[in-house]
Ligand binder design. Structure first.
Ligand SMILES: C[S@@+](CC[C@H](N)C(=O)[O-])C[C@H]1O[C@@H](n2cnc3c(N)ncnc32)[C@H](O)[C@@H]1O
Length: 407
């Protein structure tokens, strides 16, 4: 037997404990030339099926792969066959095994006393906090340009990487335990398709949906051409499709989820309207720049339309006026969706330091439409400011029939 090698009986114990009852986790850490390489293997549940998640950390860079039993067995053989100084820590419900291989190649083994822990196989998405590290995302991240050729997140793309992760966290939270067969998503104003493609893989690999279709819509020909190319490179062009179109002109029968991430100005309203018309159960929309209401507020200057013009001092300053316009626009959007039967939460989905555009409207269909509460709040707010929100005009009769009962 070579130096550094584990005895056959010890290897057998590692295999038996890893694939036996009550396996919780195996971690091996190798330190070489000042670098640290760590591999962790743990059981996870994906769509009700038991799998193994391997997490490799090479000098701070993390890569995650989900393996079936055969893949996990092959991975374990590589772990066992590792040469050099290392620590292997194996946790099971009944006790731990610790193997230390010293720099000189001595193998030191210790075992904990018998324990009575409960081994829980975590649902896949609870194992890691970051959606993009909770599945094997290396090819995706490289293709959409978030990582460089060494698999490291590009410094210039860190913000987008965080944004996509944060948006996916909201998706996960919104879906909860929901899973199923078919699931159709439309990404309105998909741009370079970072989120579009990431969402497809997340829903398929992590949430376990069997038949996911994602459509990215954008009016820019160049981004749509690039997105189609990336989908083909990732071999998902039949599942993730891209359409060059203005949102207003894009039609569809129905969708399960409509998303928009920083679609400009009234494109956000258009995405919300489409979500309603396509009978989407979920609408997740992070607005971007707003211009529509700013113009009206600038024109009124807070004076002619408001009794005793109490907001004149606020509206005089263009930055404050714009922020007020943003807040009012999103308040009107949230109220309109509530009137139309959605439960709406306005949340901050990314850190304020990352972008000022960090508001997200999280909407789920399923409350009674036309309730006096939201209708009353909407009418009061709208009439106080004497504006007509763009979304009200866009929703037309669908909204008016609820408003008409109260005016
Ligand atoms: C700020 S980018 C965001 C892109 C992408 N969602 C992201 O977060 O990376 C906004 C995108 O919305 C698209 N867009 C704006 N208005 C649109 C409209 N009316 N119809 C279709 N696309 C629109 C733009 O072409 C642009 O690609």
């Amino acid at each position: 037997m070579e130096k550094f090698e584990l005895e056959p009986k010890l290897k057998e114990e590692v295999r038996a404990r890893t694939f036996g009852e009550g396996f919780m986790k195996l971690v091996q850490t190798v330190r070489r030339n000042g670098r640290q390489f760590k591999i962790a293997l743990r059981p996870v549940e994906i769509g009700g099926v038991r799998k193994f998640q391997a997490e490799m950390t090479d000098d701070g860079q993390v890569q995650v792969k989900n393996l079936d039993a055969k893949g996990a067995a092959e991975g374990l053989e590589e772990i066992i066959a590792q040469k050099g100084a290392r620590d292997l820590h194996l946790l099971t419900a009944t006790g731990d095994l610790h193997v230390r291989v010293t720099k000189k190649g001595h193998v030191l083994v210790s075992r904990s006393a018998e324990l009575a822990r409960v081994a829980v196989t975590q649902p896949h998405d609870r194992v890691k906090n970051l959606p993009l590290t909770s599945f094997d995302s290396a090819a995706l991240l490289k293709t959409i340009g978030l990582t460089d050729r060494d698999g490291k997140i590009r410094a210039s793309m860190r913000g987008k990487y965080d944004q996509v992760n944060d948006f996916l966290k909201v998706v996960a939270e919104t879906l909860g335990e929901a899973s199923g067969d078919t699931f159709t998503v439309v990404d309105c104003g998909c741009g370079k398709a970072y989120l579009t493609l990431a969402l497809y893989f997340y829903l398929t690999e992590v949430k376990g949906f069997a038949d996911v279709k994602v459509v990215g819509v954008d009016r820019r020909a160049d981004v749509i051409a690039a997105a189609k190319k990336m989908a083909a490179q990732l071999d998902v062009a039949d599942r993730v499709t891209f359409v060059e179109s203005d949102l207003a002109a894009f039609t569809l029968e129905r969708a399960d989820m409509v998303i928009s991430l920083h679609a400009c100005d009234t494109a956000t309203d258009e995405a919300l309207a489409k979500g309603v018309e396509w009978k989407a159960r979920y609408i997740l929309s992070a607005p971007f720049c707003q211009h529509e209401l700013h113009k009206t507020l600038a024109e009124t200057g807070g004076k002619p339309n408001l009794p005793s013009a109490p907001f004149a001092g606020l509206l005089r300053q263009s930055i404050l006026r714009e922020r007020l316009g943003d807040i009012l626009t999103d308040a009107f959007r949230a109220l309109i969706l509530r009137i139309l039967g959605f439960k709406v939460q306005v949340i901050e989905f990314v850190a304020r330091e990352a972008t000022a555009r960090n508001i997200l409207l999280k909407c789920e269909y399923g409350v009674k439409a036309g309730q006096p509460g939201p209708v009353g709040e909407y009418l009061e707010l709208r009439d106080f400011w004497r504006v007509t929100p763009w979304l009200e005009t866009r929703m037309g009769e669908l909204l008016q029939r609820h408003l008409a009962r109260f005016v």
